[in-house]
Write a protein that binds this ligand. Sequence first.
Ligand SMILES: O=C([O-])CC(=O)C(=O)O
Ligand SMILES: [Mg+2]
Length: 207
Amino acid sequence: MTLTTEQLSHRLGALPTPNIGDAMERLGVLDSAIKSVWAGGRLAGPAFTVWTRAGDNAYIHRALAEAAPGDVVVVNGQGDESRALLGDLIGARARNAGIAGFVIDGAVRDAAGLERVGMPVFARTTSPAGPYKNGPGALGCAVAVGGVAVLPGDIVVGDDDGAVVVPRARAEEVLLAAEAVQEDEAERMRTILAAATDAEEAACAAR
Ligand SMILES: O=C([O-])CC(=O)C(=O)O
Ligand SMILES: [Mg+2]
């Protein structure tokens, strides 16, 4: 079986991130401080990588012109929390370009506006402080984000629990393993819930 990147992203995006992390021996999970900045934000897609100076978004602007529809823009912002690297204006432009979302090792702003425009953004925190726009930076290189190395094309998945990175070369194997984890957990949950029901019925019958 050889799945396309789009098929892999679609199927990985349908799985809970904990199941994907477990399928990678619990590695490849970003620092838990990197979370969706609005409740219910979800993303899945191949990484378009950006490396930028702390507090400076010149290269995020460049990424908007170069990323392909379906890409997740993954930004090494040096973990800096003092300046927001994007907000709802960039978010709305990214939506127009078909970008699937952002994962940022740094801060963002306009969280409510990002939710309004429906742009999933995972970041360390929010700050009203705006970015500088001078560079330097780089596009399409290996980046470190939330303690995990991300290569262009690796598949990034984010949900309410956080974000995980699936190496592109292992994506199909990890997908199948993660789907097996999900099925196994669903079966275990059915058994646990049935045991609770049995216990309740036995308690009722004994009354
Ligand atoms: O000013 C900026 O570059 C970031 C921002 O708030 C936006 O994109 O809305
Ligand atoms: Mg703004």
